[in-house]
Ligand binder design. Structure first.
Ligand code: NAP
Ligand code: COA
Length: 271
């Protein structure tokens, strides 16, 4: 699919956690193609540097890479300060960093549960709090600052083997709505995007590690296929753009109807 280039995000800076990941790098690329200054962060410096280089090559935009572990508040503050120094502010925060592995509750250690809560939920809080001064300055300036959290649909039905992720994403959804309430008056919108099964991603490689599981999962989606990374990136673009100015506190499900039809993501059964 070709990248449509225009300037609807010109002059805006977006900081994306997990911005070199499968879905994250697609969001970073699409936002850069639409004129945003893009800062990407995750733990692995080599990976974010390579992604930044790749995106610059594709879009010609300004892309900045800064490593941090979202669980470490000092490192988060440092990444936020470096981004604001580089681009003169932050208008949009996208919290996409996450950890996931399938495990039944009985086999999940306390540290395994905590690790996912710390990356997904605490990490979302850490980044959002650290970005607040910049987001509120942007909200005051142009009235359309944004927090956008990448969540999921697994917790709507309590997908088996995902207790840690379900708890974390449910917390993220609640946090998204609280931000919308507290920060709406400051010109900061807060929304979520809930992907269903998205092809060619680490998330689905972990949840459906073989062809049989992938087929079973796709059959259980009303639209009969997994989604694409581009479909998630385009939804993110819509939710931060002027086209959705009156939308805040919303969690937009992008899942081909998956969760309506089957528990969690794509009809996996418990043996
Ligand atoms: P991914 O490629 O593994 O992306 C996850 C990213 O998070 C990676 O870039 C990783 O980079 C970063 N990360 C992990 N731990 C971190 C930490 N402690 N600090 C900072 N960064 C950290 O997975 P994905 O499948 O694209 O998922 C992206 C988002 O979509 C996630 O929020 C996921 O829950 C959500 N989602 C995905 C699907 C799907 O079908 N794939 C479905 C529903 C929801 P480093 O390893 O370099 O830190
Ligand atoms: N099954 C059960 N427990 C597991 C596990 C698995 N497959 N993988 C990790 N754990 C447990 C570990 O055993 C450990 O608990 P313990 O100390 O009681 O043994 C705990 O989780 C932390 O593991 P560790 O490897 O130290 O964590 P980390 O911080 O280095 O990595 C993960 C975090 C585990 C989430 C790792 O998979 C990761 O970095 N993921 C990022 C990419 C990703 O998950 N993408 C999908 C996004 S949807």
């Amino acid at each position: 699919m070709s990248i449509f280039k225009d300037d609807i995000l010109k002059g805006r800076t977006v900081l994306i956690t997990g911005g070199a990941g499968d879905i994250g790098s697609e969001i970073s690329t699409i936002f850069s193609a639409h004129g945003a200054n893009v800062a990407i962060t995750s733990r692995k410096e080599e990976r974010i540097n390579a992604a930044a280089e790749d995106i610059r090559g594709k879009t010609g935009g300004k892309v900045f890479a800064v490593a941090c572990d979202v669980r470490d508040y000092d490192a988060v503050e440092n990444a936020v300060a470096k981004t604001a120094d580089e681009f003169g502010g932050i208008d949009i925060l996208i919290n996409g960093a996450a950890g996931n592995f399938p495990s039944p509750i009985a086999a999940l250690s306390p540290n395994g549960f905590r690790t996912v809560i710390d990356i997904d939920l605490q990490g979302t809080f850490n980044m959002t709090k650290a970005c607040f001064p910049h987001l509120s300055a942007a909200g005051e300036k142009h009235g359309n600052a944004n927090v956008l959290n990448i969540t999921a649909t697994l917790h709507y039905t309590g997908m088996p083997f995902q207790a840690h992720v379900n708890a974390a994403k449910a917390g993220i959804d609640a946090f998204t709505r609280t931000c919308a309430n507290e920060w709406g008056p400051l010109g900061i919108r807060s929304n979520g995007v809930a992907p269903g099964p998205i092809g060619d991603t680490e998330g689905m490689r972990r949840l459906a590690p073989n062809e049989e599981m992938a087929e079973q999962s796709q059959k259980a989606v009303p639209l009969r296929r997994w989604g694409t990374k581009r479909e998630i990136a385009d939804t993110c673009l819509f939710l931060v753009s002027d086209a959705s100015q009156y939308t805040t506190g919303a969690i937009l499900v992008v899942d081909g109807g998956s969760w309506l039809y089957s528990p969690g993501i794509g009809g996996f059964t418990v043996e």
